[in-house]
Design a protein around this ligand. Structure first.
Ligand code: CP
Length: 318
């Protein structure tokens, strides 16, 4: 049984195939509207979500399938003390594939070990968020035309930000990637990520706490929210929440072709006046999330032995 726990679960070649499928879907999603007729996706969300849960549901509905699930621990039997392991064994009786979000790191891995259907990690604590990474890769590939030779600024909460951790893991597999880590001292990238991932891979990176100093040199600025829910201390959160605010003035120093990305939700870290700038692609990014999740559902269902009728691929030269 193939699951998705981390962006590294797919090889670079498999990822390229998945992104190609997502790009084909984007061209005309209606061609895929019957691919999953009769199939069911369960969304088991123990933590709040707008984009991930609804884009998964939208993806399955676009494919002609059905959806079921819960959107908070309180509305499931987790509130009565049921374990994730027991829950997934039951969900396996009701659905063909499951996306799970949980505040505890490793919860989706536990689910995958007890599941008889494909399980997708839709975010586990501060650990990984692989489908956000697939969304980010599709956005970069579609709008920049490549995944290599990019200078990427990661800005905000680099300590707890699971989207950033997943994105780093995924991007270091491409040549010529350079990261500029922009964060306050307290929210710096975890040292184990540097020691176990960046340093052994000889990945170029620099660290600064000043967005102004870095922005002019970037191909991509990946903004993140300072996450109130990851802080033990409200005082620390309040001190850091507005550390970075990208506004029009700061954006003036950026290159004309730089992309501003954000996994969303945003709070104050990107001023709404930036939304109309053509470089601001975070809402387009959320749309790409539907196409890549459609591709992922198709691939995992196929690998689980489901026979799906795919439309013929569009001719790239047509
Ligand atoms: N990007 C993301 O994970 O958003 P949600 O928390 O709304 O799912």
């Amino acid at each position: 049984m193939r699951h998705l726990m981390s962006p590294l679960d797919f090889s670079v070649a498999e990822l390229a195939e998945l992104l190609d499928l997502a790009i084909d879907i984007e061209k005309d999603p209606s061609r895929y509207r019957s691919v999953c007729v009769g199939k069911k996706l369960a969304t088991c969300f123990y933590e709040p979500s707008t984009r991930t849960r609804l884009s998964f549901e939208s993806a399955m509905l676009n494919l002609g399938g059905n959806i079921l699930g819960f959107s908070s621990a309180d509305s499931s039997s987790a509130a009565k003390g049921e374990s994730v392991a027991d829950t997934i064994r039951v969900i396996s009786c009701y659905a063909d594939i499951c996306a799970i979000r949980h505040p505890k790191e490793g919860a989706s891995l536990v689910a995958s070990q007890k599941s008889s259907i494909p399980v997708i990690n839709a975010g586990d604590g501060g650990h990984q968020h692989p489908t956000q990474t697939l969304t980010d890769l599709l956005t970069i590939y579609s709008l920049k035309g490549r995944l290599d030779n990019l200078r990427i600024g990661l800005c905000g909460d680099l300590k707890f930000g699971r989207t950033v951790h997943s994105l780093i893991h995924a991007l270091i597999r491409y040549p010529g990637i350079r990261f500029i880590m922009i964060s306050p001292e307290e929210l710096k990238i975890p040292s184990n990520l540097k020691e176990d991932v960046l340093d052994p891979g000889h990945i170029a990176y620099a660290e600064t706490d000043r967005l102004e100093d870095a922005i002019g040199d970037l191909d991509i600025l990946y903004m993140t929210r300072v996450q109130r829910e990851r802080f033990f201390n409200e005082e620390d959160y309040l001190r850091m929440k507005d550390f970075y605010i990208l506004d029009k003035t700061k954006l003036e120093q950026a290159r004309e072709d730089m992309l501003v990305m954000h996994p969303l939700p945003r709070v104050n870290e990107i001023s709404v006046e930036v939304d109309d700038d053509p470089r601001a692609v975070y809402f387009k990014q959320a749309q790409y999330g539907v196409y890549v999740r459609m591709a992922l559902i198709i691939r995992l269902l196929q690998e689980a032995g489901n026979e799906l009728q795919l439309p013929p691929k569009e001719d790239k030269n047509a």
